[in-house]
Ligand binder design. Structure first.
Ligand code: HEM
Ligand SMILES: *[C@@H]1O[C@H](CO)[C@@H](O)[C@H](O)[C@H]1NC(C)=O
Length: 333
């Protein structure tokens, strides 16, 4: 009798062990890295090969794809809402202030999705494609790697107002930016680590012009911006005109994912106001900037953790949402 009750317990343990493991490790969304291991074993290789090809043609693409995952996750969760074009009742997030004339890489996601559909029809979500492309882009530029929890499904709608309101603006105060992160379940440590993404990629003049010429018209620029660095920026970012001119977010190692972004902040050479405030407006974040500037391993380790955390923002799972066949539109209009 003792023997049979023991085997019942053992059977129960075996039955529920994977569930316990998943819910503890991955939270309520039940995302896990092996999600496509049986349904589409080639999924991760397909994404990686197309991201690598796009990166070889245009190195900036790595930064652009990393940013797309962020702009997806901060609006209604990581559900590929960002990728929908306007049609019918859908107003595309691509028109929002943070995305208009700025977000790029949508053609690469189209190409990834086309290849995924060919190999495994209606299986791999656009939201997961974005999460994988963000990881691959980080690795290609020299950053850390991590296992990407998978199993997100795609939304059937978009939110233009969410995109305008929930994604921080480059001239938001430190407190506003932190509040916007906290609304997503991310904390100050995540904010500092994830801002380290600005170690790669570009910004338009219009995103930081305010810092070069004073807002109130008294001719006094932002005092937390190094003056010799500001002088190098002004010629191509005049008071008016040149809005779309591009500048490196990390002027020292612009295409390498490293900790130079944090070294720049310490020298008051962060390009965006939202970058420099991490060093100038809060004691706790200042200490983290110093830590990551001194210790690249500490930055990489936290970046990987925070990317997984960001990737877990309210995913659609189970029967919610759908697996879009084309990332730009819902399956049935
Ligand atoms: C903390 C609040 C943040 C603000 C205010 C912010 C703002 C911006 C702005 C204004 C640009 C330049 C856009 C342009 O002028 O066209 C930019 C670029 C970029 N952002 Fe952020 N960002 C933030 C956080 C993040 C996070 C969390 C990530 C990724 C995890 C990220 C990844 C990037 C990348 C990679 C680029 C370069 C994109 C490219 O070259 O195409 N940013 N960001
Ligand atoms: C921030 O930038 C936006 C867009 O350029 C501008 O409309 C707004 O007035 C700025 N906010 C502050 C506080 O300067």
């Amino acid at each position: 009798m003792a023997k049979s009750s023991c085997s019942v317990l053992f059977a129960l343990f075996i039955a529920f062990f994977p569930l316990c493991l998943c819910s503890q490790t991955y939270g309520s969304g039940y995302l896990f890295p092996q999600f496509y291991d049986h349904s589409c074993p080639q999924a991760q290789d397909i994404v990686k090969s197309i991201v690598s090809k796009a990166f070889a043609k245009d190195p900036r693409m790595a930064a652009s794809l990393l940013r797309l995952h962020f702009h997806d996750c901060f609006v209604k969760g990581c559900d590929a809402s960002l990728l929908l074009d306007s049609s019918g009742s859908i107003v595309s997030e691509k028109r929002s202030n943070p995305n208009r004339n700025s977000a790029r890489g949508f053609e690469v996601i189209d190409e990834i999705k086309y290849a995924l559909e060919k190999e495994c029809p209606e299986t791999v979500s656009c939201a997961d494609a974005l999460a994988l492309a963000a990881r691959d882009s980080t690795v290609l530029t020299g950053g850390p790697s991590w296992e990407v929890p998978l199993g997100r499904r795609d939304s059937k709608g978009a939110s233009l107002s969410g995109s305008n309101n929930d994604i921080p603006a480059p001239n938001n105060t430190f407190q506003t930016i932190l509040t916007k992160f906290k609304r997503q379940g991310l904390d100050l440590v995540d904010l500092v680590a994830l801002s380290g993404s600005h170690t790669i990629g570009n910004s338009r003049c219009t995103s930081f012009r305010q810092r070069l010429y004073n807002q109130s018209g008294n001719g006094k620029p932002d005092m937390t911006l190094d003056q010799s660095y500001a002088a190098t920026l002004r010629p191509r970012c005049p008071r008016s005109g040149g809005d779309q001119n591009l500048f490196f977010l990390d002027f020292v190692t612009p295409t390498k994912f490293d900790n130079h972004y944090f070294k720049n902040l310490i020298m008051y050479k962060g390009l965006l106001s939202s970058d420099e405030v991490l060093f100038t407006k809060n004691r706790e974040s200042k200490e983290l900037v110093k830590l990551y500037a001194a210790n690249e391993d500490a930055f990489f380790e936290q970046f990987a953790k925070s990317m997984v955390k960001m990737g877990n923002i309210s995913p659609l799972t189970g029967a919610r949402g759908e697996i879009r066949r084309v990332c730009r539109r819902v399956n049935h209009v």
